[in-house]
Design a protein around this ligand. Sequence first.
Ligand code: NOJ
Length: 562
Amino acid sequence: MTDSWWKKSVVYQIYPRSFADSDGDGMGDLRGIIDHLDHLAELGADVLWLSPVYPSPQDDNGYDISDYQDIEPLFGDLATFDELLAGAHERGMKIIMDLVVNHSSDEHPWFLESRSSTDNPKRDWYWWRPARPGMQPGTPGAEPTNWGSVFGGSAWQFDEKTGEYYLHLFSAKQPDLNWENPEVRQAVYAMMRWWLDRGVDGFRMDVINMISKDVSLPDGRLNAGSAYADGSAAFIGGPRLHEFLQEMHREVFEGRDGLLTVGEMPGVTVDEAILHTDPDRREVDMVFQFDHVWVDRGPDPWRLVPLQLTQLKAILGRWQAGLAEAGWNSLYWNNHDQPRVVSRYGDDSPAHRAASAKMLGTVLHLHRGTPYVYQGEELGMTNYPFGGIDEFRDIEALGQYRQAVELEGRTPEEVLTVLRARGRDNARTPMQWDDSPNGGFSTGTPWLPVNPNHREINAHAQRADPDSVFHYYRRLIELRKTEPAVAGGDFTMLLPDDERLYAFTRRLGGTELLVIGNFSGVEAHAAIDGWDGAELLLTNLDEPRTHLTLAPWQAVVYRRAV
Ligand code: NOJ
């Protein structure tokens, strides 16, 4: 992969369950995506990333795959998929698939074989271990390690049939594949080549920095008050991760052009990311890091920490500087695992919602890297007004709630406060297409309710309003195509100690851009010299009356020759 067309591209993420339902079963589907391709083309998306569309028991909404080479019947079939791919390609958009190979579903034939007996040839395709020495298998505390799963409870599931445990870092229906076994790796690579041969344009790789584990599987450190330990030291960025990614590159991507690979890597450091994304090392094109979406997370998972802008700038500034020479950044505020950014780092009240959504978009898209837009972000969609736990559907929210309330003595209200603000279902409520009862998402009963604010916030209204978040995002994406400094310029952070203003410059050859975003509800002045008379390229509100004094939630982008 020598070309880097993706530096000038914007990726749009589709969460198929919640995008558009064409057949009235309350669940989004591939035909629904086909019906809305023009919306995506008009926005200016270059690449569509589809969250998993493979056959799946849907325990984790498709991130539990029972057949890697077919389409989930709820979503359609392979013929419809080919139609979608062709429709995207005709409009000049590529499609990348979600690759979920840290684990499969427990209903995948590989796992069914693996669990059938200790001497099955696929036994070693997953992580099977006996109970702790001296403990009665299946009793509390007998698990092979003290690790907790991401979704609450132990990371080990006891299997009566063979008397052993299998590892699942996520739900018990998502057993971890054993990448130490070369047959597993070859099976995954063959599957990936099959999709590329079909015409897909690359992969977003789910928790790919967890595929290599410390095979001694050491116990993790137990934090005070938690029922299970954090075992991540043994499986985040494990000993053979670089080797596996390089092997995958050789076996799958070598000699193929025009593709995009992005590895999701919770907990990845800047230094590791440089190694993963340096093109000479042939691993992946970019990674998703998490530091900037964990900035409002304190040591106590059930206490909200407000955003401190100086910290956010320190984090993103470090990533910009770190990947300036080698490697490349992905840029995102939102995805299907994160709350809506306008509710999180902006202000979703009617007075400031649109302005803060545009400001956040401006700051993100003008960093150096490839921006990702998550469905509905281009409309400034907000968090959902969740009530009690019975309104959540997400396995993570339900599992963590159970562990916190039943095992760790938290009150339901303190857990719910955090889930309402940060829970993943906020991102998963249906896409708001119009102001009709189900927001134009479905004629049936949506699997998760549509946000009542769809009457004001919807694609139909915004396409008709030149001042909308949608048209602002369109202009923002277009700026990447027309102003070379957006994709290619270097990055310098300004005003690192300012708690209200996010300011930086981008420079390429004789052109310099100044980007400032006001992350507050009060007017703020940027003490930055040398920009008198510079051309205002873009702003989300009226032109500032006083030089570099920004209204609440205002963003400005200036250009000058240097
Ligand atoms: C990361 C995905 O983005 C998330 O939605 C999923 O639950 C886990 N990986 C497990 O596949």
